[in-house]
Ligand binder design. Structure first.
Ligand code: SIN
Ligand code: CO
Length: 378
């Protein structure tokens, strides 16, 4: 089941993904949020959570931005209108919400950044803006009016930390009710205004920038590969002018950068390490006292369930016994069956005993490195 309404995943990817906005009425029929505004306010006071409070409206441009963690009194003193409280990574703080993200399983898991929840008072908005990533905006409670424009003046308002467009002329608008969802590709201007007290859940699909990728690749080459191949020029011709950075050198440098992305030089391993930890706000932490293989086998035998740490990202690549499981920047050599089972919440919970019997050491490492944990039988 996908939340794409009448469209198949193929049709959505062909016609909309990274191309065109799409409104899906009742993408989640009968949507009942598992968290309410008070839960989100509570989270915004937690020092582990990344929270922002935006006040103001458009076209007045009377914006103010505050960063969390917030004092309870600050949130209690909020006025009746024109503010939005936003909290990132909510599915990591409340792991049951990860089931919502499974509805987006037709997209690669490493594409999913987080579930951001915004709670808004009537009139609440973060201002018209555009983002550099794809987003699915699910209306969770109350009504929100979304206006969008694919062609717009990208001039930003000056003297504010907020990413707000100076002017905005909507091309289309809709009122979203609970369960409705708006998909936006990158660089579409959007402006959402709460019509009453409500909540929007955004599933952000942030992709790495070239800077992120090359910086991480450079660090990996420096630590793992003795800095990688060096610039060579055995085909050098006499310089017409020795001060010129000539086209031949430019071509050789471009080739050097491309050489790093050849699979045989371990690029797929680098990508697995990089994408499995990309933008994770916290490092997964294992138990204080490492678990032994025996203790793990005993625990699953006695009914404990293996769970994924929500602060890790598990992905795999490869085939057969040459499969690599990546978890928050670490890699583990394993069989494809093991990787698939560990990456699938249901299989992991169901097959704990079999996994512990056949791959006890590996499973232990994943627990001791903080990627998996044991939930005791109640
Ligand atoms: C919001 O939920 O208030 C803002 C989400 C967005 O515009 O990306
Ligand atoms: Co946005």
């Amino acid at each position: 089941m996908t939340p794409l309404g009448a469209l198949t995943a193929d049709e959505f990817l062909r016609d909309h993904w990274q191309k065109k906005p799409l409104l899906i009425r009742q993408a989640f029929p009968g949507f009942t949020p598992e968290l309410d505004a008070d839960d989100i306010a509570g989270l915004a006071c937690d020092e582990l959570a990344e929270a922002r409070l935006v006040s103001g409206s458009f076209p007045e441009h009377d914006w103010s931005l505050e960063h969390g963690p917030f004092e309870e009194n600050r949130l209690r003193a909020l006025p009746d209108s024109n503010w939005t409280l936003l909290v990132q990574d909510v599915e990591k703080h409340y792991p049951p919400l990860r089931s919502l993200l499974r509805a987006f399983g037709f997209l690669p898991r490493w594409r999913i950044d987080d579930l951001m929840v915004s709670v808004a008072a009537p009139g609440g908005s973060v201002g018209p803006h555009s983002d550099r990533y794809d987003v699915f905006l699910v209306q969770a409670a109350g009504q929100r009016r979304w206006q969008i424009a694919e062609r717009f003046d990208a001039t930003l308002l000056q003297k504010t930390e907020l990413n707000v467009l100076k002017s905005f002329e909507p091309e289309q608008e809709w009122t979203l009710n609970p369960g409705d969802m708006l998909y936006l590709p990158p660089d579409v201007a959007h402006h959402g205004v709460a019509l009453d007290a409500g909540m929007t859940w955004s599933i952000g699909m942030r992709a790495p920038s070239t800077a992120d990728l090359l910086q991480a690749c450079g660090e990996w080459l420096a630590t793992e590969h003795d800095e990688g191949p060096r610039y060579t020029d055995p085909d050098l011709a006499p310089a017409a002018n020795s001060a010129e950075l000539d086209p031949g050198s430019l071509k050789r440098f471009a080739g050097l950068a491309a050489a790093a992305s050849r699979a045989e030089s371990g690029f797929s391993e680098f990508l697995g390490l990089f994408l499995s930890r990309y933008r994770l706000a916290h490092e997964p932490v294992g138990p204080d006292i490492p678990l032994s293989r025996k203790a793990l086998a005993r625990a699953v035998m006695q009914g404990s369930t293996l769970r994924q740490n929500p602060w890790t990202r598990l992905i795999w690549s490869g085939a057969g016994d040459n499969t690599r499981l990546y978890a928050a920047g670490s890699s583990y050599l394993c069989s494809i069956e093991f990787a698939r089972a560990v990456c699938d919440v249901d299989a992991l919970a169901r097959e704990g005993q079999e996994l512990a019997a056949a791959n006890g050491d590996l499973l232990c490492s994943l627990v001791n490195d903080g990627h998996l944990y044991l939930e005791a039988d109640e």
